[in-house]
Every structure is written in structure tokens, then in C-alpha cells.
Design a protein around this ligand. Structure first.
Ligand code: 3H9
Length: 692
């Protein structure tokens, strides 16, 4: 088998090229190839200096993630980096694109580092539940001091080539072709008579108590239970107190301890799912239609957010509102969104972006757009009216989409003469910020329309998940059930504040009642009203929540809900307690621990998710995991609810559900798929693999 690492010599310069598409990951063959190339260079009488290059768009994408969790094979990456460093003649790392994780560590093993403008240096390991494990935490602070390492490693962050030059990470910055520039740099170093210069031989970086205290305070708050960011700080601190060889051993110990954690497994599950979610077998080879312009119908918060997302992606937008005043209001909202994007560094210039926005009051202006996204009031007759108008004006081949969050998309499509062109695009609020897009596909939709929706999502930099048609699709349907579990726990003795605290301790950014206050408690009330006609008599209604609505306690926007607010800071609202007591009546009360709360909440989530997968609303368990991660704040380090369920054991979860069903058989009906998997001794992960 040919090695992915080439060794060539031009004059006195050895060029070691790593060519392992698509991202030059440092898998076993690359590590062995690099090791052998350094041996060859050492023994090469002609070559006096070596350059390491990466072929393709990246320098090196880091360790090969697909090898994690399998028995490691020698040579290990830390040893490869030390082998480079121990070379008897100078080695240059010449970086033209992203150098990530182990890629940065290979560069740090070299004696000299140069970059081409546009290159980036990053340590994304924490996003995989890990820390730099091939000397990065020990070598980088020796070059830059602890500050830049503490900025990057716990955050999984990166710096530009300019910043890397400024902080001492690299020695030289050039513009142009990397091979040419590296040759020029190498010749210059040879002319200067430079020798090897080993980062590992540099003294320990100074210990900076303030920097470590500040980093620990920040990451204890931000990490919300994730261990890797704080471990990264420990590793950098080790560089300040241990000799290099000892520091490397400590880093390895910390790295390997993380490798064994469920958090690492969860985050790598999430990494691969991010990529699998848009790979649908039925879309293989299906070409999307071209989308060069978009129409948005409705300029409220949602419509304006969608228009902003499209404008940020460079798409011209025509926004239809019912009258001039509403159109003007939508323009003002979009302008505000774009200004905020400039402040966040997501956009250079709001003014030129706004030139791509047209606001109109006449549907005729949509006659030439390639795709329309309807974002009007959630009412079937209103949607019918909009889609009849769209059908009348839009050109043949255009895509007609609805942003409904629960209505039947098949029924909306039926209002047109072209149901094959109709699809659901369920954005999450704020639409220009939230990453999730549920693509709701009725049976009537043409495959190329689905492919077009996925292509649009990519352009908008959204993570898209395919969902089938049902009330709430994947995410909101599951949400309705675990919210239901929270309401039942209130009746059974837990307080809303205990539930919020337990759910946050599990790793979600907010509990369900804080979330309700933020979204507005009128939304929940309206949903209950909508569902009332079809409500099963065995279901419960949170009467205290209805009373809160009637009292005008709508959450943050009225200053009181489950919490009372000063600004955005809430304190538990004691006035809710009597309302809850009344609703509880003489029901038996349990003494809930945080673990009991988490278990019921999660079991409800997983059980409904299993129904969603079993009914084909989500194609695979991984689609549920991605939906909950990107749309509902599920902690990434737990992988997603289905991954979590596998890790705690489906049989134990089913036993719990059956136990609770004794008191509440209506709510705790086990999902047939869950029962089937337990009976067959299989997992959600097995289902993911079977669909690959
Ligand atoms: C590390 O380095 C630890 C060390 O400190 C210590 C070790 C001892 N390995 O994302 P894309 C695959 S930890 C294996 O679609 P893009 C990916 O699955 C590592 N495979 O492309 C996909 O496969 P498929 C630190 C990898 O252009 C294909 O490549 N490094 C790896 O949008 C294309 O990927 C990271 O965390 C990998 N490292 O983005 C970098 N990376 O086609 C993680 C990618 O079958 N990677 N693949 O679906 C990324 O962030 C992005 O992939 C990257 C390219 C920015 C590189």
C-alpha cells in the first residue's frame, strides 16, 4: 500500500508531503509515514533541512477521530511529534490552511513554523470531549505564554495566521503558494546557518495565578458539567510546573482519562451525526434545483428572522406583508438583526446587505423567485389563503414552503395545484441565529424539492433534519411530551423551580418553566386551547398554568411568570404555589430528588422519540439526537437523548416506564419500538448502523 506521506528532495531541502484526503487526518498510516520520513531525513546525507506540507485545502485536520475508542496503534501521535522534534536537522512546518488539534501539534513538534495568510491554527479537541494530547498543551505555552493557550484550549478555539505570528506560535508569515514560500524560507534559514530549535527544550512558561483563576471561574460557569474545558486548563497548568517530559506524561494521562469518559463518546457520536444527518439514501444522486432568490411571506419575528438568515447567506429576498406599515416594520426588524450581526462579527456591512431586500405588499412580486417561505399566522385557513395566492403567481419549478411548526403540511400542499413542489421548512426562533432546520416532507413532495431544501440549509449554514408530517414534527412533538412529564411531576410533588434546577444540572441551559417564561406563557395556553377539542379525557391539564395566563402572568414580557423578573434575572414566584396546591388537590405527594426528576423527564423524551422513530417521522434515532442538540439545548456532551438512553440501558428505562405506568397508564405508554429493541437486546445505535 502506498504511504500517504511522500518524501522528496530538491537540492538540500527535503519536502515531506502529507496527502490523506479529505482532511489529512493523522491516522495510523500517516503517523507511520511521518515517522519513516523523519528517519529518512535524518539518514539523508543530501538534505540539510526539511519542510512538512499538507496537500489539499487543509494542513492537517488532527487525529483520526474514527480511530478513537479502538485499540491505539503505534506510533502514537505524541511520539511522532517528539520524533519530529528530535530530528538532528531543522524541520519546518509550512501551514497554508487549517491546522487543527494534532495538526497544530505536528507543527509544534517542528523547529520552525511558517504560515501562509489565510491559514488557521486551532485546538478543537474539547468539542470532542478531549484535550490536546500530543504535546500541544505543553509546547504552545512555552512559545506563547499561558494566556493564548488558555484562550484557545478550553474553548476549542482558533487563531488566524496573523494572530499566531503576533503571539509567537509561528515564526514567519508569507503570502502566495505554500510550497514556493516554504522553499524560500528554508533557503533563508539555511543561509542564516540555523540549527534545530526544540520547543520542548524551552523553559517552563511562567505560572500566572490570575490567568488560571479567571479561566477556571469562566469555564466552571460555561462548561455546565462538561469536563474537558477544565481538564484543558489543568494540562496547561502542568506546563508551568513540570519539566517538559513530565508535562507530556501528565498531558497524556489527562487525555487518556478523558478518552474513557461517556462525554467523549457522546461528543464524537454528535460529530459524526452532524455529517450523517443530511446524508439520506433516498436523495443520493438527486440534484437540487437552483435557488438564486427567495420570497418570504410575513415579516413578524419569524419571517424577519428567516429573511435575515437568507440575506446573511447572500440571497436576495422579497418580503411580502399585508400593508405598507407592516412592511416597514419588518424592514426595521431586519435592519436591527443585521446590525446585531455586524456587532457579533458575522457580517461586514449591513447597508449593502440591505440593498438585497425588497419589501412589497403584492404577491405578484414573487412571480420570479425560486423559493418562497411562508411565515404567517399559524391557522390552516390563513395558510390555505397564502398558498392559493402563491400557486397563482409563482413560476413553474419554484419551491413553495411553509414555516409552520405543527400544522399538516400535506393539507397545506393540497391547497395548491402543485403539491410536489411544497415542503415544510421549520426554522427555530431566532431564525437567523438558531442552527436547526426541520425539513418537513409530505409523501407528495418531489425528491428534488427535498434535495433543494437540504441545499438551502447548507447555504444558510443550518443543520437540517428530515421530518415526517405529524403534530409538532420531530422536535415539538417530543417537547410536548417531556413538558407533559414536567407538569405531571408538579402534580406529584415537585416544584417548577426544583424541576428547572434538576434539568439544568443535567446540562440543559434552561429548565422547562424558565423556558416557558422566556417564550411567553401565552404560547402554552394557546397550544392547550388548540389541542382541547381532541384531548383524551385521561390527559391532564395544568390548571395552575391556565390560571397564570388568566392572571396576565405571561413570563418575562409581563415581569412575572414562574419567576418574577428584574430585567432578565428571575427569582421564584411564590404566588404560583397556591395555584399549584389547588391543582394538586389530595393527590399523593412524592419527595422528588434531582435524579428522579431527570429520570422521568428524560424517559418521557426518549419514549416519545422512540414513537417518532417507530412511526417513521424521524428516519433514524440519530435524527432525533441532532434535532434535540441543535434546537432544544440538549447538552452536546451527552450525545443526544437516544445516545443517552443507550448509555443508561434501554431495558432499565423500559422498566421505569412500566413502573410509572401503574399510576399513570395513559401517559406512560411504552413505545412499541422501545419494547421491540429491549426484547431483541438491541440499541438505538444498532438502528443507526443498520440504516448506514
Ligand atoms: C486531536 O487531534 C487529538 C490530538 O490532540 C491528540 C491525539 C493523540 N478524523 O466536516 P467535513 C471526515 S482530535 C477523521 O464534512 P468540512 C468527516 O467525518 C481531532 N475523519 O468537511 C467527513 O467524512 P464523510 C481534532 C474526519 O470541509 C469528511 O472528513 N480535529 C476528521 O466541512 C469531511 O469532513 C478536529 O476536531 C478527523 N479529524 O470541514 C477536526 N475530520 O465525508 C474535526 C473530518 O465520510 N473536523 N473528518 O462524512 C472538522 O472540524 C471538519 O471536518 C473540518 C473540515 C474543518 C476539518
Amino acid at each position: 500500500m502506498t504511504s500517504p506521506v511522500r518524501y522528496d528532495v530538491t537540492g538540500e531541502i527535503a519536502v515531506i508531503t502529507i496527502a490523506n484526503p479529505p482532511v489529512n487526518a493523522l491516522g495510523h498510516a500517516v503517523r507511520q509515514g511521518l515517522w519513516d520520513a523523519i528517519d529518512r531525513f535524518d539518514a539523508d546525507a543530501e538534505a540539510r533541512i526539511a519542510i512538512i506540507l499538507g496537500e489539499g485545502a487543509l494542513f492537517l485536520g488532527g487525529a483520526d477521530i474514527s480511530e478513537f475508542g479502538k485499540p491505539p496503534k503505534e506510533p502514537h501521535l505524541p511520539d511522532v511529534c517528539t520524533h519530529i522534534e528530535r530530528a538532528s536537522k531543522p524541520v519546518i512546518a509550512a501551514v497554508h490552511g487549517p491546522a487543527l488539534g494534532g495538526g497544530c501539534e505536528v507543527a509544534l513538534g517542528a523547529h520552525y513554523r511558517m504560515a501562509i495568510k489565510g491559514a488557521r491554527f486551532g485546538f478543537p479537541e474539547v468539542q470532542l470531549g478531549l484535550i490536546p494530547g500530543a504535546g500541544g498543551s505543553q509546547r504552545m505555552p512555552r512559545l506563547t505564554g499561558v494566556g493564548p493557550a488558555l484562550d484557545m484550549m478550553p474553548a476549542g478555539g482558533s487563531v488566524t495566521a496573523d494572530q499566531a505570528l503576533e503571539n509567537g506560535f509561528i515564526d514567519h508569515l508569507a503570502d502566495g503558494d505554500v510550497h514556493e514560500q516554504a522553499m524560500i524560507y528554508a533557503k533563508g534559514l539555511l543561509a542564516d546557518g540555523v540549527d534545530v530549535r526544540r520547543v520542548g527544550d524551552l523553559p517552563c512558561p511562567a505560572y500566572e495565578a490570575d490567568a488560571f483563576d479567571a479561566a477556571r471561574t469562566l469555564w466552571t460557569r460555561k462548561a455546565r458539567g462538561e469536563v474537558a474545558p477544565l481538564t484543558a486548563i489543568d494540562a496547561v497548568e502542568a506546563a508551568t510546573r513540570l519539566p517538559f517530559d513530565e508535562g507530556i506524561k501528565e498531558e497524556r494521562r489527562l487525555f487518556l482519562s478523558l478518552m474513557e469518559t461517556p462525554q467523549r463518546a457522546g461528543m464524537i457520536h454528535a460529530f459524526f451525526n452532524d455529517r450523517k444527518v443530511s446524508k439520506l439514501p433516498e436523495l443520493k444522486g438527486v440534484a437540487p434545483r437552483d435557488i438564486a432568490s427567495v420570497g418570504v411571506i410575513g415579516g413578524g419575528t419569524m419571517g424577519a428572522g428567516i429573511a435575515t438568515a437568507c440575506l446573511l447567506a447572500g440571497l436576495p429576498v422579497t418580503l411580502v406583508e399585508r400593508d405598507e406599515a407592516s412592511a416597514e416594520k419588518a424592514r426595521t426588524t431586519i435592519t436591527g438583526n443585521l446590525d446585531a450581526a455586524v456587532k457579533r462579527g458575522k457580517l461586514k456591512d449591513a447597508e449593502s446587505t440591505l440593498t438585497k431586500l425588497t419589501t412589497v405588499t403584492d404577491y405578484a412580486a414573487l412571480s420570479d423567485v425560486d423559493l418562497a417561505i411562508e411565515a404567517v399566522f399559524e391557522d390552516m385557513s390563513v395558510k390555505h389563503d397564502v398558498f392559493t395566492k402563491l400557486d397563482a403567481v409563482m413560476k413553474p419549478g419554484a419551491v413553495l414552503s411553509t414555516n409552520t411548526s405543527y400544522l399538516d403540511v400535506t393539507e397545506i400542499a393540497a391547497a395548491t395545484s402543485r403539491p410536489a413542489d411544497v415542503i415544510g421548512l421549520h426554522f427555530f426562533s431566532p431564525a437567523h441565529v438558531m442552527k436547526l432546520l426541520e425539513i418537513v416532507v409530505p409523501d407528495t413532495t418531489a425528491p428534488e424539492v427535498t434535495a433543494t431544501a437540504f441545499a438551502l440549509a447548507k447555504r444558510l449554514k443550518k443543520t437540517a433534519v428530515k421530518a415526517g408530517v405529524c403534530d409538532g414534527f420531530i422536535g415539538n412533538r417530543i417537547l410536548a411530551t417531556y413538558r407533559g412529564a414536567a407538569d405531571r411531576m408538579i402534580l406529584a410533588g415537585a416544584s417548577p423551580w426544583e424541576i428547572d434546577a434538576a434539568i439544568k444540572a443535567f446540562g440543559l441551559p434552561m429548565g422547562p418553566f424558565e423556558m416557558g417564561d422566556l417564550a411567553g406563557l401565552d404560547i402554552g395556553f394557546m397550544t392547550r386551547q388548540r389541542k382541547a377539542p381532541d384531548r383524551d379525557p385521561r390527559d391532564i391539564v395544568p390548571k395552575w398554568a391556565d390560571a397564570m395566563y388568566h392572571n396576565g402572568w405571561l413570563g418575562q414580557k409581563t415581569g412575572q411568570g414562574y419567576y418574577t423578573y428584574e430585567g432578565r434575572k428571575g427569582t421564584p414566584n411564590d404566588a404560583v404555589k397556591p395555584l399549584i396546591d389547588e391543582a394538586r388537590g389530595d393527590r399523593p405527594q412524592l419527595d422528588f430528588t434531582p435524579e428522579m426528576i431527570q429520570r422521568r423527564y428524560m424517559a418521557a423524551m426518549v419514549n416519545e422519540a422512540a414513537k417518532v422513530v417507530g412511526e417513521g417521522i424521524a428516519a433514524r434515532p440519530l435524527d432525533v439526537d441532532v434535532t434535540l442538540l441543535y434546537g432544544y439545548g440538549f447538552p452536546r456532551w451527552r450525545g443526544g437523548p437516544m445516545h443517552w438512553a443507550d448509555s443508561v440501558g434501554l431495558d432499565a428505562l423500559l422498566d421505569d416506564i412500566k413502573g410509572w405506568a401503574k399510576d399513570d397508564p395513559y401517559f406512560w405508554q411504552p413505545a412499541p419500538l422501545l419494547e421491540q429493541l429491549v426484547a431483541e437486546g438491541r440499541t438505538f445505535s444498532d438502528l443507526n448502523e443498520a440504516s448506514a
